[in-house]
Design a binder for this molecule. Structure first.
Ligand SMILES: [Zn+2]
Ligand SMILES: [Zn+2]
Length: 115
């Protein structure tokens, strides 16, 4: 099995908990990575595939979160990004990262919106 970085879902620039400290359900994407609530497919937020080092070999991790956690994290990440980013802090349009963070926040805020 070979893994090519950066092919499918791009990961969002947000901090996730270390997968080594999570329960199996959180690593499998069945529970929120932050609050461990069991997720339902209609409200879960995909956080993008990550590559993690598990027991010496690289493996894929598909972290997901619940709506409230995702909203709070995306909002914080976007606020932090805007205060640091020379593009997003001064003018429109925002940079790609800024747009992706804001888009993720909007989708998390309105789970019924089409993706
Ligand atoms: Zn949560
Ligand atoms: Zn930016």
């Amino acid at each position: 099995m070979s893994i090519t970085p950066g092919t499918d879902v791009p990961s969002l620039p947000i901090d996730l908990p270390a997968p080594g400290g999570l329960a199996e359900a959180q690593v499998c994407g069945r529970a929120c990575v932050w609050c461990a609530v069991v997720l339902d497919n209609t409200t879960a937020i995909d956080l993008g595939a990550r590559e993690i080092d598990a027991h010496g070999s690289v493996t894929r991790w598909f972290p997901r979160s619940c709506g409230p956690c995702g909203r709070a994290r995306f909002r914080d990440a976007f606020t932090a990004h805007r205060s640091e980013c020379p593009v997003c802090s001064t003018k429109l349009p925002w940079c790609t990262t800024g747009k992706r963070l804001f888009g993720a926040f909007l989708r998390a805020d309105r789970p019924e919106a089409p993706r």
